[in-house]
Design a protein around this ligand. Structure first.
Ligand code: 13P
Length: 249
């Protein structure tokens, strides 16, 4: 099974936080199947998290990579560097990167290729804004984001897509699960018809996922898993989401 449940810790974490999180997670995690789980901490905690998760099989990844492989990019981290540290995946094009760091679809496309070149699984994040949603532009926006990101991608690339409506992130609001299911089906159809050689492993949903709404999402056929922000910061809560996923999928 590919990655299905990813914790995006964003700009959170500390040595003490990480220790407590691991204690809470492993106390409440009730499955032997860890291969579908990923944690994306801040870069500087990768090594600490690796020690905490030991040989559990949980994957470590990152929230971003540089669009260049090396050279004059002060403060950046490349795909080959995270590969070197054993990271298995990278989020790419998260809406917070698009909004606060002005990432374009062209930049995102370059990052996708660099991740693939380094055997790091790219998790392309897409999603419409509140205004776009209210205007009923969701499908057009998502199609555009997928096509722009994938059009220069090497044909045989592997990919995971995370659908994260911008208005659902951190807001406690989520679209109706049936609506999310239809959006995921559309995303799969677009990738399959426009980019048939791309190996789309799964389409995850992100935006206010927690242990209370997880089962209503995971029962949907095309919701293959979740990218979890706020609720993943609590080790017990994230373990519960994983347990619910394992019971349903
Ligand atoms: P929340 O789960 O806090 O809404 O964040 C979602 C997200 O942005 C994950 O990448």
């Amino acid at each position: 099974m590919s990655l299905r449940l990813i914790a995006n810790w964003k700009l959170n974490g500390s040595i003490q936080f990480n220790d407590q999180w691991a204690e809470d997670f492993f106390k409440n995690f009730s499955s032997l199947n860890s291969e579908s789980i990923g944690i994306a901490p801040a870069f500087i905690y990768i090594d600490h998290i690796r020690k905490l998760i030991g040989d559990s099989g949980i994957n470590i990844g990152v929230q971003n990579i540089c669009e260049e492989e090396s050279g004059a990019r002060t403060g950046e981290i490349s795909a080959s560097m995270i590969k070197d540290l054993g990271c298995k995946f990278s989020l790419i094009g998260h809406s917070e990167r698009r909004i606060f760091f002005h990432e374009s679809n062209k930049t995102i496309s370059k990052k996708l290729n660099l991740a693939n070149n380094n055997s790091v699984m790219p998790i392309l994040c897409i999603g419409e804004s509140a205004v776009e949603n209210e205007r009923n532009d969701t499908y057009d926006i998502l199609k555009f984001q997928v096509e722009e990101a994938l059009k220069d991608l090497f044909e045989q690339s592997a990919l995971i897509i995370a659908y994260e409506p911008v208005w659902a992130i951190g807001s406690g609001k989520i679209p109706n699960p049936e609506e999310i299911n239809s959006v995921h089906k559309m995303i799969k159809d677009v990738v399959q018809s426009r980019f048939p050689k791309i190996d789309l492993k799964s389409v995850l949903y992100g935006g206010s996922v927690n242990s209370e709404n997880a089962s209503s999402l995971f029962v949907q056929e095309h919701i293959d898993g979740a990218l979890v922000g706020g609720a993943s910061l609590d080790g017990k809560e994230f373990a519960q989401i994983v347990n619910i996923f394992n019971e349903i999928k």
